[in-house]
Design a protein around this ligand. Sequence first.
Ligand code: AMP
Ligand code: GLY
Length: 457
Amino acid sequence: MSLAMPTRILVLGSGGREHALAWKLAGEPGVNEVVVAPGSTAMATEHRVRILPGVDSLDPAAVIAAARGLAAELVVVGPEAPLAAGAADALDAAGFAVFGPARAAARLEASKAFCHEVAAAAGVRMARARAFTGADRDAAGAFIRELDAAGAGAVLKADGLAGGKGVIVTESLEQAVELVPGFLAGRPVDAPALVVEERLTGREASVIAVCDGTRAVALPAARDHKRLGDGDRGPNTGGMGAYSPLPDLDDAIVEHLLETIHRPLLAEMTRRGTPFRGFLYAGLMLTVDGPALLECNVRLGDPEAQVILPRIASPLGPLLLAAARGRLPEGGPSVVPTIPGAAVGIVLAAKGYPGDPERGHPIAGLDDARATGALVFHAGTDRWPDGNYVTNGGRVLTVLGRGPTLDSARAAAERAADSISWEGMQRRRDIAVDAPRAADHPIPAGAARGAARGAAR
Ligand code: AMP
Ligand code: GLY
């Protein structure tokens, strides 16, 4: 079945993920123009990409005016904030095909307590957890002690959007208990403020599916590196680098994950009268007892998008348009076709990130990095009138290396990242270094059979 191709696409957002989205969509057959609102000056240098710098993506009226001005056939909402603010609802009501969930469905990301509630109802495994209001200090402490008595550590998560930075994986009982008041201070006493989870161990994976309410088509799986420092040390960030494919997560296992995680979540959201259309991002921990869902996001990951999108062999626009209309093809492949080979993305961050980043430092070596053949996606830059780029955000750039293998892609990304510098630049030097070379973790029986077949091919 051939899908309708959108020719004019509006993308909302301004980060590295949206740069990668605009780059991918603008390169597809039939696309006349991709407009990004507000976008960034760097995106405007891409072929067939235009930006609308004045548009506030959190303002529904401004977003609708932008979509009308372009006569957009498809609107793709990049970040979570406009979704949680109701951008998709407003665009839908104005008659646009919008890819991104309605506000009620975006709660899967906006509230970790809600995600736990939906997952429990859908029979999807998550870490053992409880939610606490601003008044529940003692109860939270008691639950942390209960976990400790059962031999489990605690993870504290602020309920609400926190740009990937509201999570602390604690190292001791004392630390966990001490941190509770900080999470609860000033928070309402009648709504979840903090989710305390049992600490799980294993490798993480991000499996993101294009969803139309009922059906789910997976994008290539990726693995993010969440901690700031090499060896997974330091504070959690929005993500310091990623790679794809995952040698330990072949298509058969991804199909199993769609069946046991994404589709049950979709069914439960539909049952609640809030069907989910958009990118459903399952952040997973692959534990010895099988995969567990750590979090849902309602969008592409960043920096996962930067490694995933360049690996997709087929046009994405028609798939997103079909999903936006609630009509992904029945019986189609459950994983998008991929370009053979691998991609490794290294995030270059500003001094101060994940706290308050230093801005305004001139960036050297961008042309040299691109001359190596790498892609450079801008997340937080500005362009001065002299044409030079300066830092203007926490995560500043993602440098993407590609190659036939993860090792060669990693070498390409390192080479390109090595040519870029600015005062105080932070980066990891171990992205994809410990990538498994094959399935080396226990996987569920059904998926294991599929994996064994895959290995024999
Ligand atoms: P989240 O935003 O919920 O995905 O959490 C951010 C990061 O914190 C995850 O990518 C993990 O690295 C870590 N994390 C979250 N929940 C847990 C958990 N239950 N056990 C261990 N690590 C976790
Ligand atoms: N890289 C993780 C996220 O986008 O939430």
